[in-house]
Design a protein. Structure first.
Length: 122
């Protein structure tokens, strides 16, 4: 599949950036698209996280001790094993951003992804 950019100003900007950074145009474009998609995914997960905490009491009454998969503010699947749940969700939705979180009693915990491990926010 080939993708064609039909916006001359955008093409010119990418060419200029590539020239300034001495990188191939394709690499600059790939980095820009990847950055954009990563930001969108981060924003989507943030929205799902807010929905999770807004529904936390209701989730506790139905899914305590389980993991839930949240997509567009709804629980779309749940189960006791996060990796099996993720596999089911990926088979269904591919790489769309879905929050998979444990439903446990207690206060809100904000987590951050740090290079292969999850840490509590400070």
């Amino acid at each position: 599949m080939g993708i064609v950019l039909k916006e001359p100003t955008l093409v010119w900007q990418i060419e200029q950036l590539a020239s300034q950074s001495t990188r191939p145009v394709e690499q600059v474009l790939e980095m820009a698209v990847r950055t954009y998609l990563d930001e969108r995914e981060c924003d989507a997960i943030h929205i799902e996280t807010e929905a999770f905490w807004a529904m936390h009491d209701e989730l506790l009454s139905k899914f305590t001790g389980q993991y839930v998969a949240m997509f567009h503010g709804d629980v779309i699947d749940y189960g006791p094993d996060a990796s099996i749940l993720e596999q089911r969700v990926r088979e269904r939705l591919g790489l769309l951003p879905v929050l998979i979180a444990p439903v446990e009693p207690g206060p809100r915990r904000d987590l951050r992804w740090r290079g292969g491990r999850i840490e509590a926010a400070r």
